[in-house]
Design a binder for this molecule. Structure first.
Ligand code: APR
Length: 232
């Protein structure tokens, strides 16, 4: 692994499973119990903002009670030692940052930020659960999350694409690779000649694109790839 100078870690919900946060799909997945059309799209929020807020307050409380796991910590240590390391995550949970990573491209936003519906105002470090959910007479704060049907932030996409084009190793961890445009991003690194590893206990629709597939949990696979960063 020493030969790689520009690693991109591309992560999904699977990396946080060992912290106790459920995935979205598969057994125990969030979208099994909650229909995303009622909880995770602008139409649902416009219809019933309180219901969508309650759901996100619950999610925030669960995430707050969880700690980053060994996989998050290994990645943070690698980034600290090799500053050209890039973390691109679909996760909104902030666990990479809590493990010590300081540059994370959050493709799908963050549950720890608020966005005003009536202006471009973004608020971080808000008190949770939020007491005043409205930011104007007819306007609401909403989580700064990319819900189904929302466009991704163009600046974040540009930074992610640039990192994927330049990386020498792509390690894709814990994503089912079914949500676009995120699912097609790994291919950019592959087309630009990077070496590639997928870490996922299950096969995914993009598994065939990778040189190596480690069918293991995130922390076990990363510990075997980077034993010098794994803790005893
Ligand atoms: N280690 C690594 N991977 C794991 C582990 C583990 N311990 N446990 C499960 N996985 C894998 C599953 O096999 C699955 O492929 O994690 C993946 C999780 O898939 P999803 O639940 O679909 O999560 P993700 O790909 O991140 O979802 C993408 O969908 O709903 C939207 O916006 C949401 O960002 C999310 C996007």
């Amino acid at each position: 692994m020493d030969k790689y100078k520009r690693i991109v870690f591309f992560t999904g919900a699977g990396i946080s499973v060992e912290s106790g946060i459920p995935t979205y799909r598969g057994a125990g997945g969030v979208w099994k119990d909650y229909n995303y059309q009622d909880y995770a799209c602008q139409e649902a929020f416009s219809r019933n903002p309180e219901k969508v807020w309650d759901f996100h307050d619950q999610r925030r409380a669960l995430i707050k009670s969880c700690e980053p796991n060994l996989a998050h910590r290994i990645i943070a240590k690698i980034q600290l030692q090799q500053p050209k390391t890039c973390i691109i995550s679909q996760n909104i949970d902030g666990l990479h940052q809590r493990a010590g990573a300081d540059r994370v491209l959050e493709l799908h936003g963050s549950i720890w930020r608020l966005r005003s519906q009536e202006s471009s105002l973004i608020v971080e470090n808000f008190e949770t659960p939020l007491k005043e959910r409205q930011c104007g007479d007819n306007a609401w704060w909403r989580p700064d999350i990319i819900w189904f049907g929302d466009p991704l932030n163009q600046e974040t996409i540009n930074l992610a694409l640039s990192a994927l084009k330049k990386c020498d190793l792509l390690i894709c961890i814990g994503t089912s690779a079914v949500v676009y445009p995120a699912a097609q991003m790994p291919e950019i690194a592959i087309n630009n000649g990077a070496d590639t590893i997928e870490i996922n206990p299950q096969r995914t629709p993009i598994s065939h694109l990778f040189q190596r597939c480690l069918r293991d949990s995130a922390s076990q696979a990363l510990s075997s790839l980077f034993p010098e960063f794994a803790e005893s």
